[in-house]
Design a protein around this ligand. Structure first.
Ligand code: GDG
Length: 717
């Protein structure tokens, strides 16, 4: 409401700044919340909104007042916002606000479904609507749904703090594409999936049931011409600029533009500035910090407190250092016109972005766009997403106030040539990676993700048909059979030593291995001694131990390692961690093998064991990132071993001796067998035992089905 009448205006936040030019150029409907209704004249309000529908293709979603408050000021901005910015001390949670968030997402879902037409692309924006992708998936199963997170994704130790974390992740996984501002945020999301849901993912994809969800890092850009046009041709901008050049004559201008939000580091900046004025006597009277702080979320206490504290600090600095002809901080606590903003960008010698954490930060890019000649320095927080692609800026840790002050001092005295080289590199990149490029990439990735669904379904495994495989086996003259042991030829036992092979398995292996047309290999994650004890007596059988780390050809007396020499120094670091988890998880234990260490939790309370396994897996993932070892999840196990120790590598070695084969049968039940399925070309009978995602061509329900197939082979003469 303004002067008793309803008005509409485009908001000045980052999302609006990015999407407006994109929508203008590409078209599309914008469906968004129209803001609080209050109790005012609703007829007039509806008329204004209808006008926007017709003229701007902006469709208002109305939220009842209590829902709006719980949703926006509650769960979105007091629970999600602080946690996603790694500032959990600011978190406030209230179950009623969560219900409102849920309800607001439902209302959005209805609004989208109502406007949806087949072949539309639905693009959901930001943390307010994290449940919407899944809700839409239920309502519109075939729709193309993309989600972009404008803010950062929190660190994996912080995300689990979030009340209702599972629902949020599941909500997002309804999308075909989930995109983030940086690779770092994407990695954090993957860690959260692992830690909270126990869901493993690949760098760019996670499988949800029979559906692939694509993951991508797509840093947002700006529409540079919206700034350069004002910079070069706008009279108002030119006026402001001329006025201010005269006004700030003899002073260097430092500029800061932020929503007045605690994540933007306004207080930290003011303190660093105070430090600078204190420590560099010759700077006094020669610099001015212009701080634009746009009011935001003013109904939330923390924001009111921030405003009070900023007012106090500005007063303190000006009171302490100011003179009758010099104001050290020019503080503007309202939104200004774009023309004024551009004039300020043009004027400023330094733009100071001090976010404590930020998805991207468009101000950094807008400033750079307004410096075509390279005259200006960007001082940028390393915790803003923008830092990932703006390495030529002078980077700061905004929490380190005296070092930040030194960097700003350096920015004031940087050599012209260096300044221009840095700024020109930034300028070219900002122009190239603009918002249109970002939008096109998002929509193209979404389309690709949707078309990959078909391929995904085509590559889903089929049920194994015994008659077909019998014919193929019978016809073949050079056969290769590779069989996993635990879970594939025998049921899982609670303790590894309880899983001794049954007489049936021993007989089948002996008969099949003695058939001259066959080359038969038993692969296992078990240690070599264990396989020797059970299977050494079977003539003609290849043995592959520790997932492919070691191999023993028929009749050989010694095992061959796939790599040598092999260092196992890493065990001394990993073992204490696994032992710590044994202490925390009654019923679990550690198995030490030659190449690997395994934490088994079959006998632990399943939910508790699974929960700690998620924690262990993500801890090991981070710890082992730069090493040759990885943590692999098996059936209620977590195993640490070298990456090269896999069944796929052993397969190559096997082929080198057995030669090419016209019938290849590979059966396995867990993750380690997937390496093999992946390596083997089309035409092979790759069979996955049990439920769960797989790259195998066929599936069977349990180990009994594999024994039936082997019995059928046995009967073929
Ligand atoms: C979120 C993420 C991410 C500011 N003051 C005025 C004004 N602005 C404009 C700026 C800029 C935008 O507001 C602020 O964008 P940011 O990126 O800095 O931050 P958020 O609002 O927090 O946005 C952020 C962004 O989404 C996009 O994905 O970068 O990390 O938090 O465009 O110019 N505009 C006008 N007057 C002002 O006084 N006209």
């Amino acid at each position: 409401m303004a002067d008793g009448h309803w008005t509409t205006e485009r908001s000045s936040g980052g999302l609006a700044s990015a999407m407006n030019p994109l929508l203008r150029r590409r078209g599309g409907d914008w469906i968004g919340w129209a803001g609080d209704r209050g109790d005012e004249d609703l007829k007039e309000r509806s008329a204004v909104l209808q006008d926007w529908e017709q003229k701007e293709q902006c469709f208002a979603v109305e939220l009842p007042s209590d829902v709006a408050t719980g949703f926006y000021e509650g769960y979105a901005n007091q629970t999600l916002w602080p946690v996603f910015h790694n500032l959990p001390s600011q978190l406030k949670f209230d179950a009623a606000a969560w219900e409102a968030y849920l309800e607001a997402n439902r209302i959005f879902c209805k609004a989208v479904a109502m406007r949806y037409r087949p072949d539309d692309l639905v693009w959901v924006h930001d943390y307010h609507l994290m449940l919407l992708p899944q809700m839409l998936r239920q309502e519109l199963p075939d729709a193309a749904i993309g989600f972009f997170l404008h803010i950062p994704f929190p660190a994996s130790e912080i995300f689990p703090i979030l009340p209702r974390r599972e629902e949020l992740l599941e909500g997002l996984l309804g999308a075909d594409l989930i995109a983030f501002q940086t690779h770092g945020h994407l990695q954090q999301f993957r860690s959260a999936l692992l830690r909270v849901l126990g869901t493993e993912s690949k760098v760019a994809e996670v499988a949800v049931g029979g559906r692939p969800v694509h993951l991508e890092a797509l840093p947002i850009g700006i529409a540079p011409e919206e700034y350069t046009a004002l910079l070069n041709q706008d009279e108002t901008t030119a006026h402001h600029y001329a006025d201010w050049v005269a006004r700030y004559k003899g002073q260097r201008v430092l500029l800061a533009v932020d929503r007045l939000d605690y994540t933007k580091g306004v207080l930290e900046r003011l303190r660093a500035y105070s430090h600078l004025l204190q420590s560099s006597a010759d700077i006094k009277g020669k610099v001015a910090l212009i701080q634009i702080a746009v009011p935001t979320r003013e109904r939330i206490d923390t924001y009111q407190e921030l405003r009070t504290e900023v007012n106090r600090l500005v007063g303190e600095i000006n009171g302490r250092f100011g003179t009758p002809d010099w104001t050290p901080v020019v503080y503007i606590n309202r939104s200004i016109e774009r023309a004024e903003l551009v004039a300020l960008y043009k004027l400023a010698d330094i733009c100071w972005v001090g976010s404590l954490r930020d998805g991207m930060n468009l101000v950094a890019k807008e400033y750079v766009a307004c410096k075509p000649n390279g005259d200006g320095v960007l001082v940028l927080s390393e915790f803003a997403g923008a830092a990932a692609e703006m390495g030529e800026a002078l980077l700061i840790n905004p929490y380190d106030e005296d070092r930040t002050a030194s960097t700003v001092e350096r920015a004031l005295s940087i050599e012209q040539q260096e300044r221009r080289e840095r700024m020109r590199a930034l300028h070219n990149r900002v122009l190239r990676n603009n918002v249109f490029h970002w939008g096109d990439r998002f929509l193209t990735s979404l389309e690709e993700a949707v078309s990959a669904r078909g391929h995904y379904i085509d590559t889903q495994p089929k049920r194994l048909r015994t008659s077909e495989i019998r014919d193929a086996y019978t016809r073949a003259s050079r056969r290769l059979l590779i069989l996993d042991y635990d879970g594939t030829l025998a049921p899982f036992a609670k303790q590894p030593w309880q899983a001794a092979p049954s007489p049936v398995v021993l007989r089948l292996l002996s008969i099949l291995a003695s058939e001259p047309r066959n080359c038969v290999a038993l692969t296992s994650g078990r240690a070599a001694e264990n396989l020797d004890r059970w299977f050494d007596a079977i003539e003609g059988l290849w043995l592959i131990a520790e997932h492919g780390a070691e191999l023993k050809p028929p009749l050989a007396t010694a095992w061959e390692s796939l790599r040598s020499p092999v260092s196992t120094d890493w065990k001394s670091t990993v073992l204490p961690i696994l032992e710590h988890f044994v202490d925390r998880t009654p019923g679990s234990f550690v198995e030490e093998k030659k190449y690997g260490l395994v934490w088994h939790y079959h006998m632990a309370e399943p939910e508790f064991g699974g929960w700690l396994a998620n924690e262990l897996a993500s801890m090991l993932e981070a710890m082992l990132a730069d090493t040759e070892q990885r943590a692999f999840r098996g059936d209620r196990t977590i195993e640490v071993r070298p990456v090269w120790a896999n069944k796929g590598e052993a397969f190559e070695r096997l082929l080198a001796t057995c030669g090419q084969r016209d019938f290849v049968f590979v059966a396995g039940d867990d993750r380690t067998d997937e390496d093999l399925f992946e390596r083997i070309q089309n035409g092979a009978w790759t069979v996955h035992v049990g439920p769960g995602p797989t790259r195998a061509a066929f599936v069977v329900r349990g180990f009994e089905a594999i024994l039936e197939v082997l019995q059928m082979f046995e009967q073929v003469i």
